[in-house]
Write a protein that binds this ligand. Sequence first.
Ligand code: SF4
Ligand code: SF4
Length: 345
Amino acid sequence: MKGTPFDFFIQFHLTERCNLSCRHCYQSAAVSEMNYEEICGAITAVNRTVQGWAVDHDVDVSPSLHFSGGEPLVRQDLSAVLGYASGCGFSISLMTNGTLIDEAAARRIGNAKVTDVQISLDGTEDTHDSLRGRGAYRRALDGIRNLVAEGVEANLNVTVTRRNMTQTGELIRVAQELGASGIAFSRLVPSGRGKALMDEALTRDEVARFYGELRQHKSSSSIAVSSRDPLATVADIDVDVPQTELPVGGCAAGIFGVTITSDGTIMPCRRMDLPIGNIKHDSLRELWIESPVLGSLRTRESYHDGCQSCSYWPVCRGCRAIALAYSRAEGNNDFLGPDPQCPYH
Ligand code: SF4
Ligand code: SF4
């Protein structure tokens, strides 16, 4: 409907290559990558889908592309890709480890009209370097400073584990001192190399404690403190949720966006490796309607043992990637079961 824009995003992995080898990374195997022409073709295909929705359904669509990796800055053609996407009318963000953003790179990013850059920071210096390698923390901070100096909006992303869950206040202070616009927290998804950190994933009680404390930080900090984790949304809710059979918030996978990986594979979410097609030869528009995986993510009856009967289902549904990762650890492949870290139902 006109006047209520549909915020639709694609998380677009330009490469699986990376200059670091982080212990909690969800990438686990080398994947081929599209060349510049193929990437532009994919962006054009997404744009065509979005334009088609706008015309056919008389809906305002606000489309964004979140470029990620691997490490997107290892691609020599990154500036050209950003320029092409921007020229197609997409709002653009860049997700990076920050270590390759020297002054020149920050200037190129600023010139490419990137809306915001999200830099991963996984704790104070010792904690961050224990996961990402010695020196990674200081190089990431240099990258953030370079972006801020260029007037580019920088936001920090923290993957929360037992290792860093007590460092929230300190990380918010670091973000403030750097001039970052905000800092966001999300749970570890124990898939890919991150499987090795399964023991560091938060328990239910720790999730409740962490998001309870985060709520207090949100109201007392001078920068934006947030989380895209559906359980963080639930932790902030003080009123009854209107009951609907349509998702209105929560897990974005297949509802507000999808992921395209470096070889063109389309998945509901990058942390949830369930391929539903490939942007090089499938129609995103048809997949969006016809994919059984996407359909089940949008249908309350498909869920079981927890979310299906939960009053928070319209605004939550847990993290489907975490549900899948725990199911796979038990030898199954179930992405619609309970979020094993949910303390709220
Ligand atoms: S049971 Fe599911 S929908 Fe309900 S709060 Fe937990 S994760 Fe969210
Ligand atoms: S599966 Fe998890 S990581 Fe992916 S969109 Fe949903 S909540 Fe976010």
